[in-house]
Design a protein around this ligand. Sequence first.
Ligand SMILES: C[S@@+](CC[C@H](N)C(=O)[O-])C[C@H]1O[C@@H](n2cnc3c(N)ncnc32)[C@H](O)[C@@H]1O
Length: 336
Amino acid sequence: MNIAFELSGEHATLPRAEAIACLESLNVNFREVAFMDQLLLVDVPEFPPIANRLAMTHHILDVLFVCQANIKSILRLVSTADLGIKGRTFCIRVKNIKSAGLSSTALEKEVGAIIHKKGYRVDLDNPDVIFRLVLTGNKCVFGRLIESVDRGQYEFRRPHQRPFFHPGVLLPRVARALVNISSLSDGILIDPFCGTGGILIEAALIDAQCVGMDVQQKMVLGTNLNLKYYGVDGMLIVGDACETPLKSEKVDAVVTDLPYGRSALIQARSLENLYHDSLREMYRVLKKNKKAVIVSQVPLDKLADEAGFVVIERHQQRVHRSLTRHIIVLQKKSEV
Ligand SMILES: C[S@@+](CC[C@H](N)C(=O)[O-])C[C@H]1O[C@@H](n2cnc3c(N)ncnc32)[C@H](O)[C@@H]1O
């Protein structure tokens, strides 16, 4: 079956990377069919529930057809498609991502009228089946809605909503996407620079066993408060990320946001030393073939390479004029 992920437009590359890594972590045997603006198409033999993990997807569709984004093709294919909704009510939703010249309201009406003519009943308030018609560039994807992501839950976990707050934290949707990009399925995730625990909260909510470290005791106490507030927990350690008290090859994922500015120099001699030594530790504690997802303000390729990692993805996130986050996805290859 062909599945479409309607991706969020909040970032150019993270939403696709998150959806793909999630499929990998759930051991879904998939093939990427196409990636268009805010839309990822994959071919899968079967599809497990996935929306409760994702942060940067809006909806997931069982695709009925893909065609050119022109009214003639769309109406022709809707009238011939096997909709498979016998005896059930339906409604149509149109999302126009970037397709000039087609009106969403007119399309909703015309497509709805064709399906109605086929003998199906419209119910706009409480339909049994929702069909979504997504227009992106010159393409139209038409499908049955299977799942939607509850994006509102991330608002409830915004940094200011938590009992312990400190500036400079990642937003929950970004933190969740990074946890997903680590491809963790089950097992242990470590954030060696846990700060207020934003990454750990998102990881714990998808059942990871979390280990958090911070050199400042107040951060560890605050993380503990934050985890408890959302009904989750983790093993928390006050300590230096350059000397993790864990045995080698014990963790299944590292996801972390490196310190910068003053908070970086609490224990380290220099920023370069801190990054160098902590990356070496991340490499040591990570199991073979597993991933580390690291956020920093500077490119880390050289240090990651020196630690033994292979770079498998790079993303950038512009926060404001003088802050761009570099997000690097690293793997500890087994043959090294
Ligand atoms: C950018 S913040 C992490 C923010 C975190 N992602 C959050 O959501 O709150 C970096 C943290 O690293 C901690 N830190 C600095 N040097 C450290 C070291 N050597 N070992 C462990 N933690 C350290 C700081 O105390 C700070 O809390």
